[in-house]
Design a protein around this ligand. Structure first.
Ligand code: 1HN
Length: 355
């Protein structure tokens, strides 16, 4: 054996490079070369802040509507892909976002998968998502859930195109390599009707639940409610805004909850709405959950790190993890947002900093 070079000497460096070259074919690598990039003192993300104007995206989606049917496409959706995550179909490292179009008379065939989905209606009136055979008739800015492994098909018996935002945990499920999916066994396009529209909301949406009997089994007990109408959440936000001062970092904010446990709407995805009174500006806030926002009403400016984005109705904004976000409302501003905070809180990862 030759004498050992002094650690840190040029000779040792050269020998280390030789060692790396010999190890690489064995799939062995030195942690000390990458440790600082793996364990960062604060979050680093390749996710970039980005704003999609609704009208531009909508025009492309309607063109796709002329060229491919919902049935051919299975789901006719334009993916909102983060510019910092090319080729990933992801809007953040853990979440997916897309705009889906269902034209009058169309059906998007019934399937189920281990990914959780939410729908936030952007335009149209009266198309539906059926969940395990119960329709949620959608109006603009309604929130509809499709929790993991529940059958769902979409249809449009209204006279107008319907467009909604799909939010899914696709990158999270991909991370765990836990994707399963299937169609109805008999090739049927739509699930048979199991309950009339509104049945679940009547049973679980009013601080009630079935008492005894067998009806309780109709909806999955862990996640019974799946329709949160705009008319209801908007009214609650308005009531809050009438009686409280806005939170300095959020404005008036309400989270959508799962009535079974009071927690976020789905195991991986949390959703909320906020109202900023006209002229109100939030203080900057950072959070580890990158979030996707939809402008529901009003106009203003979102500052994300160094960048400023003008907000107009139906625009879609993605804010990366730990970028400071502050929002100024030019007119009364109402936003919907979803993120992976539900998953991060379970994993003990979630943090915020109020600046
Ligand atoms: C899905 O099932 C829907 O059911 C929408 O509408 C978008 C994106 C990826 C995987 C499954 C839907 C989806 C999706």
């Amino acid at each position: 054996m030759t004498a050992k070079p002094a650690p840190g000497s040029n000779e040792a460096q050269a020998m280390l490079q030789g060692l790396y070259a010999e190890m690489a074919p064995q799939h062995l690598y030195p942690l000390w070369e990458v440790l600082h990039a793996l364990v960062t003192p604060t979050p680093r993300s390749s996710v970039q802040p980005h704003l999609w104007h609704y009208d531009g995206a909508r025009a492309h989606l309607l063109r796709a509507g002329d060229l491919i049917s919902a049935e051919q496409a299975e789901r006719r959706v334009l993916i909102l892909e983060n510019p910092g995550l090319p080729g990933s179909s992801a809007v953040t490292t853990s979440l997916y976002a897309g705009l889906q179009l269902i034209l009058p008379g169309e059906v998007a065939p019934c399937h189920r998968h281990t990914q959780c989905a939410l729908r936030f209606a952007m335009e149209g009136d009266g198309a539906f998502t059926a969940l395990d055979g119960e329709k949620a008739i959608m109006r603009p800015f309604d929130l509809v859930l499709t929790p993991n492994w529940q059958w769902h098909d979409h249809g449009n018996t209204s006279g107008k195109p319907m467009i909604w935002l799909d939010g899914l945990d696709i990158p999270t499920v991909r991370h765990f390599a836990a994707s399963f999916a299937e169609h109805l066994p008999d090739g049927a396009m739509a699930h048979h009707e199991t309950a009339p529209p509104g049945d679940t909301s009547a049973r679980y949406g009013r601080n009630l639940r079935p008492f005894g009997g067998t009806a309780a089994a109709r909806r999955p007990t862990a996640l019974p409610l799946f329709h949160y109408p705009y008319a209801e959440w908007r009214d609650s936000l308005a009531a809050m805004a009438r009686s409280d001062a806005p939170d300095p970092h959020l404005g008036h904010a309400l989270e959508f909850v799962n009535p079974a446990d009071g927690g976020p709407v789905m195991p991986t995805i949390a959703a909320h709405v906020r109202l900023l009174p006209k002229g109100f500006a939030t203080r900057p806030r950072q959070a580890t959950d990158a979030a996707v926002f939809v402008v529901v009403e009003g106009s203003g400016t979102a500052r994300v790190g160094e960048q400023a984005f003008a907000l107009a109705p139906r625009d879609l904004l993605v804010v990366p993890s730990w970028e400071s976000l502050s929002i100024e409302a030019e007119s009364e501003l109402v936003l919907f947002g979803y993120s992976d905070a539900a998953a991060q809180q379970k994993l003990g990862l979630w943090r915020e900093a109020r600046l």
